[in-house]
Ligand binder design. Structure first.
Ligand code: BGC
Length: 252
């Protein structure tokens, strides 16, 4: 089925391929998301087969938006983080379209999708100017949104902060790996945000990723100057953003 004002989004991550139909008037999923374990190894053909299985299970026959933890340019994956390196250079758009019987698809970076969703349905929806959404997970993803328009593939997680890449200092996975408590980790996040705000001067940062569920424990500890607010959509942001991307005809 494909209903008016609805679109289908799929979020491809290192451990799961998750998808659902989204009501774009509310940003809510119309049914529980369907999750399939990401095939290991997560090669292009294996992931495309998982996507086809998911869409068949959902009985969705319309266009599909997809996110990947990759820089995506002209439908091609140009980097690959937490997914098989065989994606680099792959025409992801053509591959998924073929796996889905030739239907229209669009492929966007995972953090860009989360950013689109937060900007329209999340805590920054009524704000103007530059919003920077950061997703703290295995790495740090970023989305730059200016009055709702996405500047794709910003990759601020790889910005050098001192001698290290931002995501090597302050991803949520680093907190776990180095057994940092919230005050110690928040100091690192403040340093990363301080570097980004000196270069981009956003009006607000939105903090997403799983660790944003515990935002009371660390956002109040941040010392950078720009306000930081927690993401609202939590684990549906990628799916919702992917659905928005296909609806808007985004083709980064
Ligand atoms: C990747 C980004 C991705 C982010 C979150 C980073 O390591 O370079 O493309 O958005 O992780 O998955």
């Amino acid at each position: 089925m494909s209903a008016r004002g609805h679109a289908f989004g799929i979020d491809i991550g290192g451990s799961g391929v998750k998808g659902a139909e989204v009501d774009l008037s509310t940003g809510l999923l119309t049914h529980d998301r369907i999750k399939i374990a990401t095939p290991q190894p997560s090669t292009p053909d294996a992931v495309a087969a998982a996507v086809a299985e998911l869409v068949a299970k959902a009985q969705w026959d319309g266009p599909v938006g997809l996110t990947m933890p990759c820089v995506v340019l002209d439908g091609h994956a140009r980097t690959a983080a937490n997914i098989d390196q065989g994606w680099i250079g792959t025409d992801a758009r053509a591959l998924f379209s073929a796996a889905l019987g030739g239907r229209a698809v669009t492929v966007v970076n995972d953090a860009d999708a989360a950013g689109l969703a937060e900007d329209r349905y999340g805590s920054a929806r009524d704000l103007h100017g530059l919003t920077i959404v950061l997703t703290f997970g295995t790495g740090i993803g970023s989305a730059l949104l200016y009055n709702g328009t996405l500047v794709p593939n910003s990759e601020l997680g790889h910005l050098l902060v001192g001698a290290a890449e931002a995501e090597h200092l302050a991803a949520a996975s680093i907190k776990d790996r180095e057994e940092l408590d919230y005050p110690a980790w928040a100091r690192r996040v403040s340093t990363v945000l301080g570097t980004i705000e000196d270069l981009f001067w956003p009006k607000v940062f939105i903090a997403g990723g799983g660790i944003s569920r515990d935002h009371e424990q660390w956002i109040p500890l941040l010392t950078n100057r720009t306000p930081v607010i927690p993401a609202v959509l939590k684990n549906t942001a990628g799916i919702v953003g992917a659905a928005m991307a296909i609806d808007q005809g985004l083709a980064p």
